[in-house]
Design a protein around this ligand. Structure first.
Ligand code: OAD
Length: 245
């Protein structure tokens, strides 16, 4: 099995890595659905929906400020670093590499990943909560109110019932269709449409690798499962890539 994985990685023209909250667990950031996870302690209806925001914007903004603080104090782990290194190595070897993340913590970027498709947005930016065409652009260090229309600003993350950023998701879909090796890391694969990406890759014939200490609802679709944490497993995957460093 290990040899098959190594062979596929070295033969691949395009490697896609798809990450979820488990990726940042070893950086001390809580996942959503594990025991003690965010959605066990907090209500997604209250904190991750437009209805929740309209009902109590102060509460929602305060919660995202708390999450931002946790993230600012955290550091990328060995798994994030291995993915950043994999991107560099792939570039040197003439392979395509795409990183798609559901995470909003930007730890991939802080670890050195360059091309990151953030399908659920990020916590660093805020955007207008009304979002008419002129005021749609997300801003880092944003004021409380939209500079264009004066409405309240909100975090630039995707809430339940909202569309994913269309251009970013289209790129993620194209990459998944084109992947020779698709590595899914630290996601329960329960939240669609993002969770559809591994299925797209599988259908198009990618060699499927799952990195997760636990089985997921999608485990059956994977050719190779690594039942370990991302900070342990991903540096090992990186060493499988042959070629001059
Ligand atoms: P979940 O919390 O649903 O799943 C986390 C997964 O990570 C689980 O399958 C765990 O077994 C696994 N895991 C835990 N520790 C790990 C480790 N150290 N290494 C590797 N895997 C580990 O998180 P997501 O799948 O990311 O949406 O959740 C998807 C979306 O649901 C999130 O993006 C978020 C949430 O609502 C938005 O914010 C829009």
């Amino acid at each position: 099995m290990q040899n098959a994985l190594q062979e596929r990685i070295n033969q691949a023209n395009h490697i896609v890595v798809f990450t979820g909250a488990g990726m940042s667990a070893e950086s001390g950031i809580a996942t959503f659905r594990d025991p003690g996870g965010l959605w066990q302690r907090f209500s997604p209806q209250e904190l991750a929906s437009m209805d929740g925001f309209l009902a109590n914007p102060e509460r929602v903004l305060e919660w995202y400020e708390y999450r931002k603080k946790v993230i600012t104090e955290a550091n990328p782990n060995a798994g994030h670093k291995a993915i950043a290194e994999l991107e560099l190595r792939c570039r040197d070897l003439g392979k395509e590499f795409t990183l798609v993340t559901q995470n909003v913590d930007r730890l991939h970027q802080r670890a050195g990943s360059v091309n990151v498709l953030e399908v659920h947005g990020n916590l660093e930016e805020n955007k207008c909560s009304v979002g008419k065409s002129d005021c749609e652009k997300p801003i880092v260090d944003a004021p409380a109110n939209c500079p264009v229309c004066g409405a309240l600003m909100r975090p630039n993350v995707v809430w339940f019932g909202e569309n994913l950023p269309a251009e970013v998701f289209a790129k993620a879909e194209l990459a998944s269709q084109d992947a020779d090796v698709f590595i899914s890391v630290g996601t329960s694969a329960e939240v669609y449409p993002a969770a559809g990406l591994p299925l797209v890759a599988r259908q198009r014939g990618a060699y499927m690798v799952e990195v997760n200490p636990d089985e997921t609802v999608q485990s059956m679709y994977f050719h190779h499962t690594i039942r370990n944490t991302s900070a342990v497993a991903l540096p090992e995957v990186l060493t499988m890539l042959e070629g001059d460093v």
